[in-house]
Design a protein around this ligand. Structure first.
Ligand code: DX5
Ligand code: ZN
Length: 218
């Protein structure tokens, strides 16, 4: 199965976002990863609905929205007419993950749940695992791009691989934070089929973006 690469737009030049996105027009199997931070769930703040809507109008690739917010229900409801391909919210932000997943699935083709580095994988119930389309494993503390990959992620990925196999779960495994060519092939071997990368994809200027993506596919 092809590995999807999700360039995190957190690392792009926001003043020229339309031009930035155009550099990816000929790329295959990529999603644009949007990091929505509310200044509460994480200390940092990025952008909200108006900007998401504008990006959806100029994007030629599926949108992968990662909500680092305390109130995912608000976004599920208010963005339902926006063509977001994958809608991911954090397990830590809700006491009713299953209900939220079911609600989100009514509006978005793919729904993901994310766990922070300190959240054990076994917190996710089998009902949740059977409903989701994607599991986002944070390999850095959410909030900022450009951090180093947390090594404890490997053990979590192994637990996920074993559980997926044993239960025949078919959710995609996405890893986010500190991903680059130094760990990409090992991540794919460990069962990740979607790699989010911000600083790695956007380094070296626009001429390098597509090449950087290929480097991640190994
Ligand atoms: C962090 C975000 C990531 C981040 C990744 O909270 O979820 O998507 O942009 O950035 P890099 O690839 O630079 O670690
Ligand atoms: Zn992210």
């Amino acid at each position: 199965m092809t590995t999807i690469i999700s360039p995190s737009l957190l690392s792009c030049d926001f003043m020229n976002i339309e031009t930035e996105l155009k550099h990816f027009d000929s790329a295959k199997d990529i999603w644009f990863h949007l990091d929505i931070m509310d200044g509460h769930f994480v200390p940092n703040m990025t952008f909200g609905n108006p900007i998401i809507k504008m990006i959806s109008k100029i994007s030629n690739h599926p949108l992968d929205a990662h909500f680092m917010v305390t109130n995912p229900d608000f976004y599920i409801e208010t963005l339902k007419d926006v063509p977001i391909h994958n809608f991911t919210f954090h397990y830590e932000a809700t006491s009713t993950p299953l209900e939220l997943i079911k609600e989100a699935k009514m509006h978005y083709p793919s729904v993901g749940i994310s766990i922070k580095p300190g959240t054990p994988f076994d917190k996710l119930s089998e009902e949740v695992l059977s409903e989701i389309d994607l599991l986002l494993v944070m390999s850095v503390e959410p909030g900022f791009g450009g951090q180093s990959f947390i090594e404890g992620t490997w053990e979590k990925l192994e637990q996920i691989r074993v559980k997926k196999l044993a239960n025949k779960f078919d959710f995609m495994v996405q890893v986010d934070g500190g991903v680059g060519s130094a760990n990409a092939s090992q991540l794919i071997e460990a069962g990740c089929n979607n790699l989010v990368a911000g600083s790695f994809v956007f380094k070296g200027g626009p001429d390098q973006y597509l090449n950087n993506i290929e480097l991640l596919r190994g």
